[in-house]
Design a protein around this ligand. Structure first.
Ligand code: MN
Length: 158
């Protein structure tokens, strides 16, 4: 279930993106990918169980919970950025960089903007307080679900 949407959106004979393989081991990594798609944006991904936000005792396969952040995450305290939750991505995607061909979902070039590890400080069904240990992003961050849009809008800020 966790990666069904990811799989449905892509043709793996046409895209260099990794196949939808789930993991059982969580290593608390994150990545921010810069994506030169039709609309330039950043993709923020946290390595977490698929049912992380829904369950008090998450046990799902490990995936990358993912948000598209149009303006990117700011390392300045209090600068709130819109983060649109998108489909879970496979853990292998954490190292993905390359070009998704024209005509395929998300066509354009993907580069790795930042990566590192994170620690969860506090989780609620609609928010997450966490520490990022990246090269560009470091310190305490918050993700807050606003439930606007199609219910997929969050805010992310330091
Ligand atoms: Mn993207």
């Amino acid at each position: 279930m966790a990666l069904e949407e990811y799989r449905k959106k892509r043709r793996f004979d046409k895209t260099p993106e990794p196949f939808a393989r789930t993991e059982t081991k969580q290593r608390n990594r994150f990545v921010v990918q810069e994506h030169y798609a039709t609309h330039h944006h950043f993709d923020f991904r946290l390595e977490l169980p698929a049912d992380f936000f829904e369950s008090d005792d998450p046990s799902g396969p490990i995936v990358l919970k993912s948000w598209a952040v149009p303006k990117g995450i700011s390392n300045k305290k209090g600068v709130k950025r819109l983060a649109i939750q998108v489909e879970d991505h496979p853990v292998d995607y954490i190292n993905f960089k390359g070009t998704i061909p024209e005509g395929q979902y998300g066509a354009g070039t993907v580069t790795i903007w930042d990566k590192g590890t994170f620690e969860v400080l506090k989780k609620k069904p609609n928010s997450l307080k966490f520490i990022l240990h990246g090269e560009r992003l470091s310190g305490e961050f918050h993700l807050i679900h606003t439930a606007r849009g199609k219910g997929n809008e969050w805010l992310v800020f330091k």
